[in-house]
Design a protein. Structure first.
Length: 232
């Protein structure tokens, strides 16, 4: 059973190693962090090694999306970094996900991004030209991910109940789009509070700006933890 603090994945949407070390110093309870495109593209693989040496779990969120052969190569290289979680876009299709899954070595989990939590119903239908509801699309993508042998998906906490009931509780759900009551939503659309996300059954909550951009990151983390522990 994972402890509650480890279920908070802090999104380090920062640019330098110096900024990362400064913020981590302010959040001594941190156990799991997420490195996204901005940070990885500016610091490179060395930062991943550094975070692992600090004893942290690392989700490398590069959202791979390419032809199957290229996705295979990318995931193979990234897998060798020893990250705890890697991801790709389910929109790349079944064959891409299957090839990428074959590239995974060691204990690394590979999960698929269903629909970004910044995408709402209207954007899905009118811009992405995908008909039907967000929930149907997320379930379809998650089912394909499961068929491809992936360990789970990234989705909004709003879809977790549906996915767990259809695909089983062992299929991991990692959920961004989490906002404590009173926090700004910024560009996120399909959101829930930490309490609601835990009640819905989310395995891991990805939270960035509400912690990292807070005037007191340690307190922001602690408040979220208390809220989660009340329902977990
Ligand atoms: O600051 P905030 O809590 O909105 O950060 C959410 C993080 O989760 C960002 O790093 C974003 O890239 C990531 N993410 C997301 N929606 C997805 C997948 C990843 O918001 N579907």
């Amino acid at each position: 059973m994972i402890n509650t603090a480890e279920r908070i994945i802090i999104a380090l949407d920062l640019r330098t190693k110096q900024d990362v070390l400064a913020i981590l110093k302010k959040i001594p309870q941190a156990q799991f962090v997420k490195v996204g495109m901005e940070l990885f593209y500016s610091t490179g693989p060395d930062l991943i090694v550094c975070l692992k040496e600090m004893g942290l779990k690392v989700f490398l969120d590069l959202k791979v999306h390419d032809i199957p052969n290229t996705a295979y190569g990318a995931i193979q290289v990234l897998s060798q970094l020893g990250c705890d979680i890697l991801n790709l876009h389910c929109a790349g299709g079944l064959e891409m996900m299957q090839r990428a899954r074959e590239a995974i070595t060691g204990e690394t989990l590979l999960i698929g991004v269903t629909q970004l939590t910044s995408t709402d119903q209207q954007v899905l239908n009118t811009q992405l030209k995908i008909s039907g509801s967000i929930e149907d699309c997320v379930l379809h993508y998650a089912s394909m991910a499961q068929q491809a042998g992936l360990h789970g998906v990234v989705c909004s906490p709003k879809e977790v109940g549906l996915l767990k009931s259809k695909l089983g509780t062992d299929f991991i759900t990692v959920t961004p789009g989490v906002r404590p009551a009173g926090s700004g939503t910024q560009d996120q659309k399909r959101i829930m509070t930490p309490k609601e996300a835990i009640q819905a059954g989310s395995d891991y909550l990805v939270i960035g700006r509400p912690i990292v951009a807070s005037s007191d990151p340690q307190e922001a983390f602690a408040k979220i933890l208390v809220e989660m522990e009340m329902v977990s």
